[in-house]
Unconditional design. Structure first.
Length: 115
């Protein structure tokens, strides 16, 4: 099964407080993440382009609840895994969370620098 997805510019990929059990990898294009506190205007909290991961919080927190709304700024090509995707060589490399720990740390650091 090929796990690729094209999202058109202006389309919502993930909705804040919505369910998300996928971790996306940006192959091409640009996305932006927005956070809205109750009835306030959404503020942009991150941008993502080729090489970035989207859905990090909801995927790894175990709540499967998105912390922001992610909108494609351009047409975007994504690859993805979902929570029941088996880990590669788990006996050698550990569970999916262990295999992706460097990804999580690097992505959070990247976002902090760009905020």
């Amino acid at each position: 099964m090929e796990r690729r997805l094209t999202v058109l510019a202006g389309s919502v990929l993930i909705e804040q407080q919505g369910y998300n059990d996928r971790l996306y990898y940006v192959l091409s294009g640009e996305l932006a993440g927005f956070y809205a506190d109750e009835d306030r205007k959404p503020i942009q909290v991150f941008s993502a382009s080729q090489g970035a991961f989207i859905g990090v919080h909801s995927f790894f927190s175990g709540t499967w609840t998105a912390s922001s709304t992610v909108i494609a700024q351009t047409d975007v090509e994504l690859a993805w895994i979902e929570r029941d995707t088996p880990a590669v060589e788990e006996e050698t490399y550990g569970p999916l969370t262990t295999q992706f720990m460097p990804v999580m740390v690097n992505e959070l650091s990247r976002r902090q620098r760009r905020a």
